[in-house]
Design a protein around this ligand. Structure first.
Ligand SMILES: Nc1nc2c(ncn2[C@@H]2O[C@H](COP(=O)(O)OP(=O)(O)OP(=O)(O)O)[C@@H](O)[C@H]2O)c(=O)[nH]1
Ligand SMILES: [Mg+2]
Length: 234
């Protein structure tokens, strides 16, 4: 049992161009805040140098823990990370992506809001990753509202701080093999009673390096499949 204050869960896939800079910029923001944190990086079967780079980084970054796992995609890797962070006894879990889109400049505000909220989510009000993705997020908000009667706002945002006990309860309602875990999890969290929420508007950067492996067609296909299986979230 670690029982630290904060676990930062990062799914990582083929991010050799980004991962060192990302760890560095987060460290620069985190270290002065005097938080007992760990970065849990989940190398999701990367085919590039990511695994070796992460292992090397553990030599210089004492708060970094690296887990290598076979590729299961972003969603299931997030789930894997959440389950692990919860079982290790962390009090708070922050998920971010590993491509540099989540600017650590917002972390302090998100962290401070936890005193009055169980879930503090980023809201991508400005997006540097293109109008297509912004449009997909709007479609997602609309379609999940029609299907569930709830406004999930930015349901798939990869910048989310969650209290571990609340997260643990919500995860019981989300099948572990659900592909787009973060959307399902947002719904499950919204369905939990007595959960308090806060949002922080963020500017979502474009990926900082490397190439994207998910195109818009693939996102739409995954989104469609996700909506069709959303009823599996209890
Ligand atoms: N594409 C992809 N990403 C994964 C996988 N497993 C973990 N990830 C991580 O999930 C995050 C999101 O994936 P991205 O490819 O960046 O998807 P995106 O944000 O929609 O697209 P871009 O940022 O424009 O590339 C990244 O941090 C990846 O490293 C996987 O199997 N495929
Ligand atoms: Mg990305």
């Amino acid at each position: 049992m670690i029982s630290s204050e904060l676990a930062i869960v990062i799914p990582v896939y083929n991010e050799s161009a980004n991962i060192v800079a990302l760890l560095q910029e987060w460290r620069e923001v985190l270290d002065p805040l005097d938080i007992d944190y760990r970065i849990l990086a989940f190398n999701d079967g990367s085919r590039d140098d990511t695994g070796r780079i992460l292992d090397e980084a553990t030599n210089t970054l004492d708060r970094l823990e690296v887990v290598h796992k076979p590729n299961t995609g972003h969603g299931r890797t997030c789930r894997f990370g959440y389950d692990r962070a919860v079982s290790l006894g962390f009090a708070w879990i922050l998920q971010i992506d590993s491509d540099g889109q989540c600017d650590p400049a917002y972390f302090k505000e998100i962290w401070n809001k936890r005193v009055s909220a169980d879930c503090v989510f980023g809201l991508r009000v400005t997006r540097d990753d293109g109008w297509r993705r912004a449009l997909i997020s709007r479609l997602l908000r609309f379609s999940t509202f029609i299907l569930t009667g709830r406004d999930l706002r930015d349901a798939n945002v990869p910048y989310r701080l969650m209290r571990a006990d609340v997260l643990q309860r919500a995860l019981k309602r989300v099948p572990a093999n659900f592909d787009i875990q973060n959307v399902a999890l947002t719904l499950a969290l919204k369905r939990e009673r007595f959960v308090t929420w806060s949002y922080v508007p963020i500017r979502f950067r474009d990926r900082q390096g490397g190439t994207n492996s998910i195109n818009v067609a693939k996102i739409l296909k995954m989104g469609w499949d996700m909506l069709a299986s959303l009823h599996r979230v209890s």
